[in-house]
Design a protein around this ligand. Structure first.
Ligand code: KIV
Ligand code: ZN
Length: 558
């Protein structure tokens, strides 16, 4: 029996919308983007940003490509006022960027807001008042007409001040705050009244911003509200319909996406989703979602590490390791089957083909992440991940049969060490397990000759001196195997063999991988040398050394 009393809550009342068209729409172009990191995001911080942090964040926003940046609430905060003055007086705003400032629809605040903007080249003055039933009835105790008049007077005041300051290119923006909790037809009525004051034209549009101040319903219901609004608002061709979603139900991005399909032109949000309560809609996620569908988001998000680092240091909020597109672990596969699939798909991926890699919705390289980070090996990982790491980092293309042998060794190490295994550790385990051609015996001089058969004479050195071995066979490897069998009194059969040139940093070297059956036991040897014959016979010697070592060990135990 649940201890929750769900009867305490009422379901959302949806707007009546017939023949909705948004479900059939696609997002094919980027919207106009407006950042509210320095206002909504900043207002929501435990410790608001310092001027220095705001400067650094502003620079990031410009570099990312925002053309509209809400820089503060100057009438409410001296720090914001000073920051706006710094931007204007120090000529910090690029010519194609509008700085945006927020103000309530109150004459004294609007006046102070304009004071902060004196001398700005381009500015959006964003005025708002709250219109929802909850706010009307309980906070303002005004009827619908009273609330509408606040909006109208605010709009008039904004217009009057702009006319007194003709040196700036002004854009007006109005938000019916708590739009999602407002009867949609009434929201249209209030916005129409504001539009009547501003008299926008297709050449000089105004912005009507529809905030999901609190996200109160599913994204489809929000999309209905937006489509209803776009159908009914007057002078639609002279209006930029903007969305400002919050994430109370965890659907801020989804709501904004459906809102775009429903007819909106512009999106407000923050980088990585900082903002009141659960945050504003995350611009990184929505823009990267577009990018992953082949749509140019018109934002530069390629240096994701810089974005994460500036956002974290300015907001003092961590970015979750699983944050879409930006988190430290979002392109990382730990599971063996995922690693295997990624490795195979990456091997097939070429520059002329559309991206098609299992488990990776985008190419991690596009956001500055490397393939090394894609596959991380822990105790859950399989052979694919280990092989991928060794190939990417060291150019070692392990044959499948050797991957099968190495994987449990790495897995054991991860279990004992308790975590992610570094590539360097994988290489060390690989070398310790298989590259055993130097002890107890190492290859000294050797000579190959060919008469009826291939024959080999080789010197093997060990800690007490050296020995000479001889053998014949069909080919150098077979002759060397016979020589070892003869000398040690064992039977050595090569069951697997592979070699390749090493490209990573050592142009002229070759690596040989050998699996041998020695007296019924399986051993794997690997060796690197300047020529492939030397590498191959040393790889055989590596297997024999393992056999000798295990025999000695057994003798010691006995
Ligand atoms: O969430 C909101 O409603 C706002 C408005 C001021 C646009 O931030
Ligand atoms: Zn907000």
């Amino acid at each position: 029996m649940s201890s929750f009393n769900h009867t305490k809550y009422r379901p959302f009342t949806p707007v009546a919308l017939e023949n909705r068209t948004w479900p059939d729409q696609e997002i094919t172009t980027a919207p106009l983007w407006a950042s509210v990191d320095l206002r909504d995001g900043n207002q929501a911080l435990v410790e608001p940003m310092t001027v220095e942090q705001k400067k650094e964040f502003f620079k990031l926003l410009v570099d990312v490509g925002f053309k509209e940046i809400e820089v503060g609430f100057p009438a409410a905060s001296q720090l914001d006022f000073d920051f706006v003055r710094w931007l204007v007086e120090e000529d910090q705003v690029p010519d194609d960027v509008y700085i945006q400032v927020l103000t309530q629809a109150r004459p004294e605040l609007i006046e102070r807001t304009y004071e902060s903007l004196k001398g700005a080249k381009k500015a959006v003055v964003h005025v708002y008042n709250s219109t929802s039933t909850t706010q009307r009835e309980q906070v303002f105790r005004l009827d619908k007409e009273g609330i509408k008049q606040i909006a109208v007077k605010g709009a008039q005041c904004v217009k009057d001040h702009a006319e007194k300051n003709p040196g700036t290119e002004w854009v007006f923006q109005y938000s019916p705050e708590s739009f999602t909790g407002t009867e949609t037809d009434y929201a249209v009525e209030v916005c129409d009244a504001v539009i009547d004051v501003w008299q926008p034209t297709p050449e000089r549009k105004c912005i009507i911003n529809l905030p999901a101040t609190v996200e109160v319903t599913t994204p489809n219901r929000f999309a209905d509200q937006i489509e209803y609004f776009c159908r009914h608002v007057k002078n639609r061709e002279s209006i930029i319909v903007s969305l400002h979603t919050h994430n109370d139900r965890g659907c801020g991005v989804a709501a904004a996406e459906l809102g775009l399909m429903a007819g909106a032109d512009r999106i407000e949000g923050t980088l990585l989703g900082n903002g009141e309560r659960t945050g504003n809609m995350d611009v990184v996620t929505i823009a990267m979602n577009m990018y992953s569908q082949g749509v140019d988001p018109k934002l530069s998000l390629g240096d994701m590490d810089r974005i994460v680092s500036v956002v974290q240091s300015c907001t003092q909020l961590p970015v979750h390791p699983r944050h879409p597109y930006a988190g430290e672990l979002v392109f990382t596969a730990f599971s063996g089957s995922h690693q295997d699939a990624i490795k195979k798909c990456l091997a097939n991926q070429t520059d002329d083909k559309a991206w098609d890699v299992a488990y990776l919705p985008i190419d991690p390289m596009d956001v500055g992440r490397s393939y090394q980070e894609v596959i991380r090996v822990n105790s859950q990982s399989g052979k694919g991940g280990v092989a991928f790491a060794l190939e990417q980092e060291y150019g070692l293309a392990l044959p499948r049969w050797l991957q099968v042998e190495l994987s449990p060794i790495v897995q054991r190490f991860s279990e004992e060490d308790g975590g992610v295994v570094k590539s360097a550790d994988m290489k060390r385990l690989f070398e310790e397990s298989f590259m055993t051609a130097s002890a107890p015996y190492a290859l000294g001089n050797y000579e190959l000759s060919k008469k009826d058969h291939d024959s080999v004479t080789a010197e093997l050195t060990h800690k007490d001196g050296s020995i000479s071995i001889e053998g014949e066979g069909n080919g150098a490897l077979s002759a060397f195997t016979t020589a070892l069998s003869n000398h040690f009194g064992i039977r050595v059969d090569i069951v697997q063999y592979q070699e390749h040139a090493l490209t990573n940093g050592s142009d002229s070297q070759a690596i040989a991988y050998i699996q041998a059956n020695i007296d019924g036991d399986r051993f794997n040897g690997v060796a690197i040398d300047n020529d492939i014959v030397s590498a191959s016979i040393q790889a055989v010697l590596a297997t024999v050394n393992q056999k000798v070592a295990s025999t000695n060990e057994q003798a010691n135990v006995a």
